[in-house]
Ligand binder design. Sequence first.
Ligand code: AKG
Length: 216
Amino acid sequence: MSSQLPSRQRSPQRNSLPLATLQRREQTKSGTGLRPEPALSATEIVRMPRTFSRTECAEILALSNGRQRYADQFRSYGEVRGASSVSWLPTAEAPEWLVERVVELMTDAARAFDFDISAPLEEFKLIKYRRGNRVPWHVDCGSGPAATRKLTLTALLSDPADFDGGALTVAGYVPELHSNIGDVVIFPSFLAHKVTTVSRGNRHTLIAWAHGTRFR
Ligand SMILES: O=C(O)CCC(=O)C(=O)O
């Protein structure tokens, strides 16, 4: 069986490439009876630079106005301090253009990973990190509603010139996966990730999760 695995999976590369490049790498093993080989192994990530414009980022950011804010305390990871503030946006209350864009991004990424994302999107999470806030190492899959999370999307809504620290890091990859305002990173929700402490300014992100059948 292992001889049928592509070499990339036998020795996972810790790279991250734009989705268009990855899709070009998809191969169809015609005549072998095998499914098309996914472009990505399950330990890879997708980086999509400047996916949302500045104007769109400002519009997304404003969606948290007037919504209740919660402290994102990560208690189950032993973290009760340094909490960022979070508001939740049901997709039914989000602008149609945003839902459509996120569905499109998730669908393309799911195809590259060959993941089933047949279930609807979860609520959007809008996060504001102030100085001293961080997110400890964690994974997004869990029990209850988190059991069917397949893909995590994080979009940077702030200009990196406006804050220090706050680097999104996925285990095994270089830190600071976002380089510019509007950058999007998508990765399998079972990969450990963290956000380093913000030491100046504010950092805002939009988080989305795509769901499907449980991994088996
Ligand atoms: O803000 C980010 O980029 C990531 C946030 C995160 O990991 C989470 O909310 O689970």
